[in-house]
Design a protein around this ligand. Structure first.
Ligand code: CAA
Length: 262
């Protein structure tokens, strides 16, 4: 099944495929001949999927077709010719530049929604905007050939697709500075050490590993899973006392809604 509001042809224009099987949505970056390079249509397509996701979807898996997860922004957007059939990337000369970037970021932000658990299944390269997409997900399962790279500073840009906060939260400020300002590749083995991956498996076992994880996530009570993700996401910005209060309130809401349901 495909989501009705996220129109298939629009998604295809952004190099995206969407499949929804019950509680699981799988988004495939599907322009393998360009190593799944992204354009503004890709980011708008991702935002449209997030906005039209059926309420019973609990897990969203992101994956890449072909040899790489994602080679980042389509570099042809930085040439005068651009990408055929594609709107140009926002120009800084445009007074609405930041609004355009906010539109691109919307393609990433919904992946943190407490109603879902998002999983990046990464093989091959995840560069720039592609690395940031993996960082936007709650969990990252890597094939052993995966490589991350925050390339933006090397191209004279900052990472602006919501990746800087999760990167710093996960690896710490010093390592984030080192990774971004050298724009070096991070192997799957190093990604585990840096806590950028929950699991690394042989490339041939990536699909099975993702299937197992999805099964385990779906075995947990849906309402408790949603409330717990919201609680955990709140924790890092809260004091112990605030978090303890949030736990009490979340438990009361959860149990009372169950009582109300009989
Ligand atoms: N944009 C457009 N085309 C790309 C692309 C990209 N980002 N990455 C790869 N391609 C194309 C190549 O041009 C090539 O096309 P042709 O067959 O027509 O020559 C095809 O995809 C295959 O590429 P490679 O032969 O290079 O494949 P590989 O497997 O040997 O290498 C790679 C893969 C390491 C990802 C390499 O292609 C590469 O380094 N790509 C560029 C990565 C990059 O710098 N991305 C920008 C990051 S910055 C960003 O994303 C942030 C932002 O928003 C501004």
């Amino acid at each position: 099944m495909t989501a009705s509001q996220a129109d298939d042809s629009e998604l295809a224009a952004g190099g995206l495929r969407l499949r929804i099987d019950g509680a699981v949505a799988t988004i495939t970056l599907a322009r393998p001949e360009r190593r799944n390079a992204m354009t503004p249509s890709t980011w708008r397509g991702l935002a449209a999927i997030g906005a039209s996701l059926p309420p019973d979807v609990r897990v969203v898996v992101l994956r890449g077709a072909g040899p790489s997860f994602c080679a980042g922004i389509d570099l042809r957007l930085f040439t005068p010719e651009g990408v055929p059939g594609e709107e140009p990337v926002a120009s800084a000369a445009d007074p609405d530049f930041e609004q355009h970037v906010a539109g691109y970021q919307a393609g990433y932000l919904w992946l943190r929604n407490p109603d879902i658990v998002s999983i990046a299944a990464v093989h091959g390269h995840a560069i720039g905007a592609g690395f940031q997409l993996a960082l936007a997900c709650d969990l990252r399962i890597l094939a052993d050939d995966a490589q991350f790279c925050m390339k933006e500073p090397a191209l004279g840009l900052v990472p602006d697709l919501t990746g800087t906060k999760p990167l710093v939260d996960i690896v710490g400020l010093s390592r984030a500075i080192e990774l971004c300002l050298t724009a070096r590749m991070v192997s799957a083995a190093e990604a585990v050490l840096l806590r950028l991956a929950e699991l690394v498996v042989p490339a041939a076992e990536l699909d099975d590993a993702v299937r197992d994880l999805v099964g385990a996530l779906l075995a947990t009570d849906a309402a408790a899973a949603r409330a717990t993700k919201a609680l955990l996401a709140h924790a890092s910005g809260a004091t112990l006392a605030e978090q303890a209060a949030a736990e009490r309130q979340a438990q009361a809401r959860l149990l009372r809604s169950r009582l109300a349901d009989g």
